[in-house]
Write a protein that binds this ligand. Structure first.
Ligand code: AMP
Ligand code: GLY
Length: 412
């Protein structure tokens, strides 16, 4: 089989690496991929991720059997639909389904209609109404921009002044939709779920992301500064509840509404006193959760995708080991940062997934906000954490920073 992975980040590096291990797969390609992926895929960075026609031509010329779309933007732009119309098999939903990630309101309305547990919300469509709303609303209040924001479009305001500032920040112009949510308290976790229509199979290993930029969950939200799995202090019972109350009902709801989901549904959940509630849905693997989950997955991802297509049971096998991934990001991220600093000391055989490096003559330089994820495996989360930070220490660069506490919540 020939498989084409779309995307250029650490998630796609992990996907290509895992797919490349499958005995069913003879060759893996990546568009655009990144230059650190060369050991696991043939990269084609002459084609842009947004150039759908070129991607279709490539898939047809190379007789690609499956295309796996990693990031949200091409899903929301309808690349999945275009490829399917050309008879190419795609893991990743079409444009109408990807709204579950692309529009907070779409997701909220669906959850409301089908009674799926989530934070209460209120939508407003101009800044004056938003400012009026925060005069009296309950605090803390969560302010979210409608549409894609790479995990960075959320403000949690604890005071009225913060709420007013937040509205102005999220909402620099008078028009534009903003969603307010009530603040939920509890531990967050991520559940990846395979979905084919109303057939939903959650991975029986959950992961935990670290969204804030700095230690102890301080600083601004980011795309994710590290992750680990499994999450020993979130019980199987919670996993079961998340499946029964969220994963199954949302797959059925999408199906009933005529939106056929084929791909991966990411459930970003929070364990409140009343049980798990949805923070967000994504229509693709979480990043960096995918990197740790796919490292721990012992069975064949390509086989699972085929099983999903055929609605066969999916028998995930996991390594005994826990996996921790620590993100090294460019100093300044998620704000402005400088590019072009040398990054060295890592090897590309395993233990590292690259999201923001590019080649400059014979070495790599940072080229993005999130740069490289160092992975560690071990008998416990603690052991995996030690291994991950050992791999962090091998990396040499003057311009990167990372959190020192990835995995701490699982370590007593
Ligand atoms: P989102 O972009 O919706 O994933 O939100 C990013 C982060 O903001 C989440 O991972 C949470 O840490 C936080 N967050 C979002 N919505 C809420 C909420 N309703 N209550 C508490 N925290 C939230
Ligand atoms: N790690 C969260 C996300 O991928 O959106």
């Amino acid at each position: 089989m020939k498989v084409l992975v779309i995307g250029a980040g650490g998630r796609e590096h992990a996907l290509a690496s895992k797919i490349n291990q499958s005995s069913l797969v003879e060759k893996v390609y990546a568009i655009p991929g990144n230059e650190a992926m060369v050991k696991v895929a043939e990269i084609h960075n002459e084609i842009a991720e947004s150039n759908h026609q070129e991607i279709i031509n490539f898939a047809k010329n190379k007789n690609i059997d499956w295309v796996i779309i990693g990031p949200e933007q091409p899903l929301i732009d309808g690349l999945g639909d275009l490829l399917r119309q050309q008879g190419v098999k795609v893991f990743g939903p079409g444009q109408d389904v990807a709204q579950i990630e692309g529009s907070k309101l779409f997701a909220k309305q669906l959850m409301e209609k089908y009674d799926i547990p989530t934070a209460d919300y209120r939508e407003v469509s101009n800044q004056s109404d938003a400012l009026k709303y925060v005069e009296t609303c309950e605090l803390p209040v969560v302010i979210k921009k409608d549409g894609l924001a790479a995990g960075k479009g959320v403000i949690i305001a604890k005071t009225r002044d913060e709420a007013i500032e937040g509205v102005k920040a999220v909402y620099p112009e008078e028009q534009g939709r903003v969603v307010f949510e009530s603040f939920l308290e509890g531990e967050e976790f991520s559940l990846m779920t395979f979905v084919n229509g109303d057939y939903a199979v959650p991975f029986d290993c959950i992961a935990q992301d670290h969204k804030r930029a700095y230690d102890n969950d301080e600083g601004p939200n980011t795309g994710g500064m590290g992750a680990y799995c499994p999450v020993p202090h979130i019980s199987e019972n919670v996993l079961r509840q998340t499946n029964e109350r969220i994963a199954q009902p949302i797959a059925q709801a999408m199906s009933k509404e005529g939106h056929h989901f084929f791909g991966l549904l990411y459930i970003g959940a929070i364990l409140t006193k009343e049980g798990p509630k949805v923070i967000e849905f994504n229509a693709r693997f979480g990043d960096p959760e995918a990197q740790v989950i796919l490292t721990r997955l012992d069975s064949d991802l390509m086989q699972h995708i085929i099983d999903l297509e055929e609605r066969e049971p999916i028998d995930f096998k996991w390594k005994e080991e826990a996996v921790v991934g620590v993100m090294l990001a460019s100093k300044g991220y998620p704000g402005a940062y400088d590019k072009g600093y040398k990054v060295s000391g890592f090897d590309l055989d395993s233990h590292y997934f690259v999201s923001g490096l590019k080649k400059d003559e014979d070495h790599f330089v940072n080229a993005g906000g999130r740069v490289i994820l160092a992975i560690g495996e071990g008998a416990t989360v603690k052991d995996a954490q030690v291994a991950a930070y050992n791999n962090v220490d091998k990396i040499e660069s003057d311009n990167l920073f990372y959190r020192k506490d990835i995995g701490n919540k699982a370590i007593k």
